[in-house]
Design a protein around this ligand. Structure first.
Ligand SMILES: [Zn+2]
Length: 231
């Protein structure tokens, strides 16, 4: 068998959870889906909205892309036209009221941009949306510092700029723009902090970020006296 045992075990749990008596999937199969959210999220394995938000089937559409680094709408580009129709489908057919953009810290796409990596598999994704975010970061922070602390700050700024650019670009798609201007679509824009699980949300009025979840509910990486604490 080609399917890994870990996946088959996971599927067994999934079936037990969602196909048992009064299972959610039985209802969704019978009555259809009506997701409330669309996620445009970086493909990173640590940035899966279904896990980060503990979602159930039927909750969200997902669109995953490195970064994410959505290019500006181009009516002559088939991928662009296709994505525009996807947005229209989500918003109009399902009245999905929120499109979440979700980037994250420790993002490989940001590091590749900052380090000017030239690679057949990566470069076409990074340019020009990534270049725009990198230019803005350099305007604010100067060139990439060599010391670890400076590099971390630079990358954090770049990770923020990437999702700011992504939000701007999403609004260049006619279907998204029309729904947004009609008050039918919100675009919450989130940076998922991989080191802590904290979520930082963009205030689009001044492009600042604020802590969106409650960091007091759970002590993360605390320095208290765990048996195996190395500190
Ligand atoms: Zn990433």
């Amino acid at each position: 068998m080609a399917i890994d045992q870990k996946l088959l075990d996971g599927n067994k749990e999934y079936k037990e959870k969602y196909y048992g008596e009064d299972g959610l999937m039985l209802d969704l199969a019978e009555n259809g889906q009506k997701p409330k959210y669309v996620f445009i999220a970086c493909t990173d394995s640590r940035n899966d909205p279904a896990i980060v938000f503990q979602l159930d089937p039927g909750d969200a559409f997902g669109y995953r892309q490195m970064g994410p680094l959505l290019e500006e709408y181009d009516p002559n580009d088939s991928a662009s036209v296709q994505f525009n129709s996807h947005v229209g489908f989500y918003v109009n057919a399902y009245e999905t009221p929120k499109a979440y953009i979700m980037g994250h810290t420790k993002c490989g796409a940001a590091a590749a941009l900052a380090d000017d990596i030239n690679h057949d598999d990566i470069t076409p994704w990074l340019i020009p949306a990534g270049q725009k975010a990198l230019n803005r970061t350099k305007e604010k922070m100067g060139e990439l510092p060599e010391d670890k602390e400076g590099r971390t700050s630079f990358l954090r700024e770049l990770e923020e700029q990437m999702i700011i650019v992504n939000r701007e670009h999403l609004l260049s798609y006619p279907k998204a723009k029309a729904a947004y201007e009609a008050g039918k679509l919100e675009i919450p824009t989130i940076l998922n902090e991989i080191e802590t699980g904290n979520l930082y949300e963009l205030n689009p009025k001044d492009n600042s970020f604020f802590l969106a979840n409650d960091q007091d509910t759970f002590e993360i990486g605390c320095g208290c006296s765990h048996e195996n604490n190395n500190e």
